[in-house]
Design a protein around this ligand. Sequence first.
Ligand SMILES: [Zn+2]
Length: 163
Amino acid sequence: MQLFCDRCNESVDHPIDIRSDVELAEIARDLGYRSVCSGCYDDLVVEAGETREHQADDRRSEHRVAAHVTLRVTPNGGESHETISEDVSDNGARVRSPTGLAFDVGTVLRIECLDGGPEAVAIVETVWADGEGKHAGLRLVESSESWQELVRELERGGGGTDT
Ligand SMILES: [Zn+2]
């Protein structure tokens, strides 16, 4: 019986069944391939690896919106301070560390938008300093719909309450 590669349509003596291949089962399903020649098999393995890498990149790279939002941050049991965000994302914000408040990694804060926006609880994930002073990366402890709504609003408005 003459067999053909599902990918390049060349005749092939020993097609490789990729439907049960751990790496390629998903691609086989998506593209409707059943069996391919060894050359195509190698190509598909490379493609599958690249796809996985891209997916991992997407998860890592957080979508950030450069927006200067006035936030009030209150450490647990501490005093409130005002700060301005440098950018915001669905999962948090990067802010300039307020004068008089030393952010430490791991500090839990309540953050509120002074424009009557959402409130959320965040943890200080990173702290760094540059010529402008100290900065902190805040990550929401749990995802907040109202926060995400704010981020989308800022994205549409292209910069929020920038003054
Ligand atoms: Zn082929």
